[in-house]
Design a protein. Structure first.
Length: 547
């Protein structure tokens, strides 16, 4: 089985916050799980270093676009490493290989007659003496009457053209732009209306997408797919490779979403793999992103792939709802966010991964609160999982000098464990990682109840054999937890395997117990509940200072 996993590409114009991680984390869980199963996995992503957001940041800081892109790409890469994301390639859209591949994609679409030239009206700022990219135009959405950018409304999710906006303003200077004519290439999305309708029907029938993706895509198709401009007068990006279009760039409609393919091409070149093995109609693909990116993955990218003659359309759409913060919408402009570099300095990456998975915004918006985060760590990770592992191994270390009793594991324990592998694996493959983790933690609570009921500390004194069976059973559970939890909290599972001298990681029940415990260390440390108030004050002060 060949698995392609694409994580959305964050804009390199500011630090990552927890909302980004909540949306992208399912990709790493999927990648780790399928690798454990022995499947052929390719997991790619990168930083979006082209386009308007980075130009805006560069102008604000009076430095170059390259400096902004380099700063945040390096920061993203480091954050993902610290969080344990296991990308096969994490690249960037300003890389030479991406530019070359995107230009080839553009020329292939032109050759296949899906691109055509059109003279259009575009917003032009006379004060700044430039045509305005879509995101440089702000105004009122014609559909919901809320403030919106020129490319998309964050309130009603409508895909927009800047000229549709009411009360248009230039984002740079605030002046009202004038309308001028210019030539651009358009992609004939309308030609794929019927194919997209069939594609959506298949996704509905097979239950492959999340509900928000199904609902939004259905709405887009009911409204009809309009042709869209795929070149723009942008300050930075990938040049249109045609004479007469000097200075114009290939727009995000084609450029950014193509990163999944261009990154695949690059990593396959580097490793000697065949990229076509990951881009055919037999590939199972997972596209992992936030709800604001749905149309790019369910309509735009599939249409481009069809335009290229490729049949490797996205199969699973893992589109998260939003993560709120202390019951308020995350806002980078108001500094109402928990920034990833900050939280990684102070807290265990497994604590972050656990909380954002068990509270994953899969079907509805979910909230991050410092209170819940601290209590979740102490009660679930430390109190349930860490405590079970620690007290079992500590007891064996003390009572048996670290030698694990050689007793047959009970059939009932084996049966329960097998059921957890089956059920949690099925949930992961459906992209429902929250349900999968709930199943595994239900198993951990079962293990703790079993330990308490059997009382091995008494058994070893009065019923030695029964006590040894209990400890063998508990060790068996721990050995399997080191595999079941590997996709979710890989740093702690690595600790378990080191303590038990286990090297292999698979997604199948391990029947053999290791002979001894090499050493015992706690998986987690208790977090002081006073941190709750401390972090809240830091958050409030940060937002206040931004104002």
């Amino acid at each position: 089985m060949t698995i392609l996993i694409g994580g959305a590409w964050p804009y390199a114009n500011g630090s990552l916050h927890l909302g980004h991680v909540a949306a992208l984390l399912p990709g790493d869980i999927l990648a780790r799980y399928f690798r454990q199963k022995g499947e052929n996995v390719l997991y790619v992503s990168g930083s979006d270093c082209n386009g308007t957001p980075i130009s805006i940041r560069a102008q604000q800081e009076h430095i170059t676009v390259q400096e902004i892109a380099d700063r945040y790409h390096q920061e993203f890469h480091q954050c993902f490493l610290q969080l344990g994301f296991s990308y096969d390639l994490y690249t960037r859209t300003d890389a030479w290989h991406h530019h070359q591949s995107v230009q080839e994609i553009f020329l292939a679409l032109l050759k296949n007659q899906y691109l055509y030239k059109k003279t259009v009206e575009q917003a032009y700022c006379q004060k700044d003496n430039q045509f305005l990219p879509d995101r440089f135009v702000e105004g009122i959405c014609p559909h919901c009457k809320q403030k919106a950018r020129g490319d998309q409304c964050d309130y009603c999710s409508s895909i927009l053209d800047p000229l549709e906006l009411k009360e248009k303003r230039c984002k740079i200077c605030g002046e009202e732009p004038v309308i001028k004519q210019t030539d651009h290439f358009y992609f004939a999305f309308s030609k794929f209306q019927k194919e997209m309708e069939s594609y959506l029907k298949e996704a509905i029938d097979k239950e492959l997408w999340r509900e928000n993706a199904l609902a939004l895509t259905k709405r887009y198709l009911q409204e009809g797919l309009p042709d869209r401009a795929v070149t723009r007068d942008l300050p930075n990006g990938i040049d249109v490779p045609l004479e007469g279009f000097e200075g114009k760039k290939i727009y995000v409609w084609i450029e950014a979403v193509s990163g999944y393919l261009t990154a695949s091409i690059e990593i396959c070149k580097k490793t000697g793999l065949n990229v076509e093995d990951y881009w055919n109609d037999k590939t199972t693909s997972y596209y992992v992103h936030g709800k604001d990116n749905i149309p790019f993955h369910t309509v735009i990218w599939p249409s481009i792939l069809l335009g290229l003659g490729r049949k490797s359309l996205p199969t699973h759409i893992i589109s998260s709802e939003y993560l709120t913060l202390e019951k308020r919408k995350l806002s980078t402009s108001q500094n109402w966010a928990v920034w990833v570099p900050y939280i990684l300095q102070k807290y265990n990456p497994d604590s972050i991964r656990y909380f954002l998975t068990i509270n994953a915004p899969e079907a509805r918006d979910t909230d991050f609160s410092w209170r819940e985060f601290i209590y979740s760590h102490n009660s679930e990770l430390l109190g349930a999982y860490g405590n079970f592992v620690n007290r079992t191994l500590k007891f064996i270390q003390k009572a048996y000098n670290g030698k694990i009793p050689k007793r047959q594991v009970s059939k009932s324990i084996i049966a329960v464990t097998e059921e957890v592998y089956q059920s949690s694996g099925q949930w992961i493959e459906k992209g429902k990682v929250k349900k999968a983790l709930e199943e595994i933690f239900s198993y951990i609570r079962y293990a703790n109840r079993y330990f308490d009921q059997e009382k091995p500390w008494e058994q070893v004194k009065t019923e030695k054999v029964a006590g040894e069976i209990t400890l063998a059973n508990c060790t068996y559970i721990i050995v399997n937890l080191a595999q079941l939890l590997e996709p979710f909290v890989p740093f702690s599972t690595h600790k378990i395997r080191d303590m038990l001298g286990i090297r292999k990681v698979e997604w199948k029940q391990q029947q053999t117990l290791p002979p001894e415990i090499k050493y015992v260390i706690p998986l987690f440390e208790r977090l002081d509940v006073e941190l709750i108030e401390e972090e809240l004050q830091i958050l409030l002060e940060g937002a206040k200072n931004k104002d």
